[in-house]
Design a binder for this molecule. Structure first.
Ligand code: HEM
Ligand code: HEM
Length: 158
């Protein structure tokens, strides 16, 4: 099993901890609900990376085939769940700006904004690679995903 499953699990625990310790818990504010839903769509799509790297590492051919079939079954949803992640994070950003206004002084807001720009690039490269597949787009889509993982991690921690 790829280490990415553990990393993703840790990020998921970080989300649960941060949401549960928000002052508005359990009657969560709308910007937190949008952020958490967007996060879940992101993590669903990002788990594809953990599955792919497990396939690459697996020595047993039967396991490789099983995982590849599972991954293929999830693929038709991938483009929509990825796009929905962007929609919910845009709603999260709009709700945050309505509540707190905008400032360059706040680290959480800055890393949120960087994560949003990264997510836009992620969705754009996803659609580009679907329309016109290329090795360059594949690597870019994957590297943007790794960067986004860390940006979201910092955004939650701050
Ligand atoms: C991929 C992008 C993003 C994800 C996955 C995300 C996710 C989340 C989640 C789950 C929370 C609640 C947990 C916590 O307080 O740490 C949160 C809080 C917050 N987010 Fe985001 N966010 C993203 C982008 C943004 C953007 C674009 C902004 C706006 C500039 C932003 C600003 C904030 C702020 C200010 C809070 C704290 C709200 C509070 O304490 O009431 N985030 N984010
Ligand atoms: C949150 C947003 C997204 C994330 C985190 C994400 C993540 C990933 C990952 C990890 C892979 C496997 C990488 C590899 O080739 O090794 C992948 C593949 C792919 N993604 Fe995305 N993606 C996102 C959004 C999108 C969107 C919106 C589309 C739109 C069409 C898309 C299209 C694709 C395509 C066509 C593949 C190749 C699938 C295959 O070879 O079976 N992605 N994505």
């Amino acid at each position: 099993m790829s280490y990415w499953f553990y990393f993703n699990f840790i990020l998921f625990c970080l989300l649960l901890w941060k949401v549960a310790s928000h002052f508005s818990f359990p009657l969560l504010k709308i910007h937190i609900i949008f952020g958490a839903i967007g996060f879940l769509f992101f993590l669903y799509n990002w788990t594809r990376n953990a599955v792919f790297s497990t396939i690459r590492q697996a020595k047993d051919r039967q396991i490789k085939i099983k995982l590849a079939n599972l991954s293929r079954k999830a693929m038709p949803y991938h483009r929509w769940t990825g796009t929905l992640a962007l929609v919910f994070i845009l709603l999260h950003g709009i709700a945050v700006w309505n509540t707190f206004g905008f400032t360059w002084q706040n680290g959480k807001m800055m890393f949120g904004l960087l994560a949003l720009l990264n997510l836009i690039a992620m969705v754009a490269t996803g659609w580009l690679r679907l329309v016109k597949p290329s090795g360059k787009m594949r690597r870019l889509h994957l590297r943007l995903g790794i960067l986004l993982f860390f940006l979201i991690g910092i955004h939650l921690l701050l």
